[in-house]
Ligand binder design. Structure first.
Ligand code: ARG
Length: 574
């Protein structure tokens, strides 16, 4: 479906081209001064050697806009201010209202997208960094799936490597039953710390751990069994966390580092055949073009360590090769903290040089900043430990339950529990997603659970309140109206906001900047509040009433769908 912005863009683009003699971007944007503003003339001024105002005047002369715009004015140095005609809005809104998908079509050419996300480490507590990866990755999965892409979720579990030597030896020390017990309780940190302490303090233990790694890598059966036990118990625990967080990840999505073990040797051989492999300090490495350290020396990615072992880098090379070649992925997303940015850029570069990453296939690091505590430092418990995700979830739901109880004491107990779950989890996710992901953000209970401002509870409540209007009026809004008539300024503003949904979703599917979707939803909710203050809905008559009911219904649907795309539930009453 065509959005207003796109219609205006297309009409103006032809006019700009006629005036400039070459294609030129009209750059149409929402604006404070009119509904939309096109400032393409400014960028053209130097190129054409003309005043931008004159260019704008010619463009307005040329452009066919009378069916779309009520007024077209030039302002300032050469902005074109566009006020959309009410008659142009009505049919577009009606089409959106008729459409289950709210005007957002599935893509014509779906990508096969691998979303690498969550990726906690076996026998280690998930920390807030994994929370970010899980929440952002899950939103990516939901948006891309909704748009019709084939999405493969890859939970790159840290289930391999040297720590398993000490973990298995510790498991042997305390006995399998006790270990399984500790791990199933989610006491991952205690287990890991105990192993670590012995490893650091005790040389014989250290030696045992070393031997154990070798046994694990050479496939010793007994060792493998114990490794499996550690992995299984951790996976069970992570799945319980995913379930509570309401994210899409299931047991089928675990593609841990160990999954790529058999592909590591072939990767080394292929890199060697391609002439990309170098020897450095006894290790086998690749020097991807364009990466140097501070002294200007080329930076290697280690493929095979001096001791013959393979590391994190080798595994990611095997993974990218597997994803593009075996899974035929055309888009690779790595939802991992910003400190690993260079690692991924190096992996992509090696993959390009090896021919494993060729256009149209593309890879992107969906990096994110840290979660900070109220003191502005990395978010930790008072004792300085990493915060357990489950504790965070419990607290969120408990706080939400208290708020709901206060706000709506009439809700029956089971509804209240359900609502508290959606509000608590929603608040955590939304606090994460509504911030520019490349920035750090401060974890602030009060703010994220506030019913005012750009928060999940505010949006959830806005939607529930609309549904309560329908309940109160005992009406079911009609979805196949021929036109939705808008006249009042507040009504128009809401309508124009709603019509932007498609553009925002499409843009976010590309940029994966979910704060843009969040901010958009917040804008819709505030536009609705203004509309509802100014324009009677149930008390209006005939076509106006129908139109306003439809606008309200569309608002509720956009909010519900938008939150859903962010992985956040929306209760019908709260
Ligand atoms: N397990 C890693 C960590 O906790 C993240 C893995 C990210 N994905 C990847 N393909 N390297 O830091």
């Amino acid at each position: 479906m065509a959005t207003l912005e796109k219609l205006l863009h297309d009409r103006l683009a032809s006019a700009f081209e006629a005036v400039a003699g070459v294609p030129a971007d009209p750059s149409v944007r929402r604006s404070q001064h009119a509904d939309f503003q096109a400032d393409g003339a400014l960028a053209l001024a130097r190129q054409l050697g003309r005043k931008p105002r004159d260019i704008a005047a010619d463009v307005v002369q040329q452009a066919r806009l009378d069916d779309l715009c009520a007024s077209v004015e030039i302002s300032g140095p050469g902005f074109i201010n566009l006020t959309v005609a009410n008659a142009a809005i009505a049919p577009l809104l009606a089409a959106m209202n008729r459409d289950e998908r709210l005007g957002v079509q599935s893509v014509a050419a779906p990508d096969t997208v691998v979303v690498d996300y969550s990726a906690p480490n076996v026998a280690k507590e998930m920390h807030v960094g994994h929370l970010r990866s899980t929440v952002i990755g899950d939103a990516a999965v939901r948006v891309l799936e909704w748009l019709g892409h084939r999405v493969i979720k890859a939970n790159h579990l840290g289930d391999w490597g040297t720590p398993f030597g000490m973990l298995i030896e510790h498991l042997l020390d305390i006995g399998e039953t006790e270990a399984a017990h500790e791990l199933s309780l989610g006491d991952l940190n205690t287990f890991y710390q105990a192993a670590r302490t012995k490893f650091d303090a005790d040389d014989t233990f250290k030696e045992r751990a070393r031997t154990r790694v070798v046994a694990l890598q050479s496939g010793d059966e007994q060792t493998r069994r114990m490794w499996r036990l550690l992995v299984d118990e951790s996976e069970k625990y992570f799945l319980a966390v995913y379930d509570r967080l309401d994210v899409c990840l299931t047991e089928k999505d675990f593609f841990g580092e160990s999954f790529y073990n058999d592909m590591l040797m072939p990767v080394v051989e292929e890199l060697d055949r391609l002439g990309l492999l170098r020897e450095s300090d006894g290790a086998k490495v690749v020097f991807p073009a364009g990466f140097t350290n501070r002294d200007g020396d080329p930076l290697p990615i280690i493929v095979r360590k001096r001791d013959g072992g393979f590391g994190y880098g080798a595994t990611d090379l095997a993974a990218i090769r597997y994803r593009t070649q075996e899974l035929a992925a055309t888009r690779l997303l790595y939802v991992v903290g910003l400190p690993q940015q260079q690692h991924f850029e190096m992996v992509y570069e090696v993959a390009r040089e090896a021919g494993w990453l060729r256009p149209p296939a593309r890879a992107a690091h969906i990096g994110f900043g840290s979660v900070l505590g109220p003191d502005g430092k990395i978010f930790r418990t008072r004792a300085g430990d990493t915060i357990k995700l489950v504790d965070l979830i419990d607290e969120a739901v408990a706080r939400a339950a208290a708020l709901i109880e206060e706000k709506n004491p009439d809700l029956d107990e089971s509804t209240r529990a359900e609502v508290a779950q959606m509000v608590g989890i929603g608040a955590i996710k939304y606090a994460d997603l509504s911030n520019d992901r490349t920035r750090n953000y401060v974890f602030d209970w009060k703010r994220m659970l506030s019913f005012d401002g750009n928060t999940a509870p505010y949006l959830q409540y806005a939607r529930a309140r609309i549904l309560s209007i329908f309940r109160r009026g005992e009406v079911t809004p009609v979805r196949d109206l021929a036109a939705i008539v808008v006249t009042e300024p507040a009504e128009r503003a809401l309508a124009i906001e709603l019509l932007a949904f498609e553009g925002v979703v499409t843009e976010v599917a590309e940029s994966l900047e979910f704060h843009r979707l969040a901010l958009y939803l917040y804008g819709v909710a505030t536009a609705f509040t203004a509309f509802y203050e100014k324009c009677p809905v149930l008390k209006a008559e005939d076509q106006v009433r129908e139109s306003r009911l439809a606008l309200s219904d569309l608002t509720a649907r956009v909010l519900g769908r938008g939150l859903g795309l962010l992985g956040i539930g929306a209760p019908d009453r709260m």
